[in-house]
Design a protein around this ligand. Sequence first.
Ligand code: OAD
Length: 256
Amino acid sequence: MTDRLADNIRQAAAVLAQASRVCCMTGAGVSAESGVPTFRDAGGLWEGRRPEDVATPEAFAADPADVWNFYLSRRKANTACKPNPGHLALAELAGLLDSFTLITQNIDGLHHLAGSEKVLELHGDLWTNQCTREKRFANQVACPDIRATPKDGFTEIPHCPKCSSMMRPGVVWFGETLPVDTLEAAEFAVRQCEAMLVVGTSSQVFPAAALATMAAHAGATIIEVNPEATALSDHADVCLFGPSGEVLPELVRGMR
Ligand code: OAD
């Protein structure tokens, strides 16, 4: 770690220690050190596959089995992934602050596995299924077995145990609106916070990317954690240029 990064981490820790309300927004980068591929980096998830081929309502309508196979392969790959020190540090950070709201664009569930509670999942949850007719989620209806990862994939597309309609992955696709309650809770929290951490996101996908700007306009100090400069970096007050699995544990150590 460079002296400059260590200094910036100390500065950021001092900001967080003074704040009573803190928000954190995470993106794919926070899970990179767990082995979950990001979207836009080399080797990213969309590489070789256009998002509109697999992550849109139109793609699902045209070929539901192809879209299911894509998400099943993601479930299989993610089954082996464990929370990394960055996820664990964020779970610990919550206990050091009066108020901490964790907002994520990730669908991998690793914040929950790390022990974070009440995570606002803007883009849904890879591990849930949703009824295409009633919009009910599989974990909200009596069918706990559908939520489990099937070892050999589905032999057929899952159907709602209540109304028999086709189920879809419980994630947000391009062209769809975000879950209203979750987005409103995130907006409320960022408008109130005194400091906001933005971790492992290229800040290119809206409306998620607008949350940091909203926090900044409301007067919050913006602290970015990312090995690379992003669309947000010029507007951040402190940039911690490093991998979140190394930077976040140092930040929490600084807070303690
Ligand atoms: P991106 O792939 O756009 O950006 C990942 C970011 O993580 C980049 O800025 C990397 O520099 C950074 N990164 C890589 N390794 C890191 C590490 N070890 N520690 C910290 N940062 C690291 O992913 P997102 O910004 O999350 O949406 O993408 C946002 C949305 O675009 C996704 O939620 C998904 C996608 O389309 C939907 O599917 C709706």
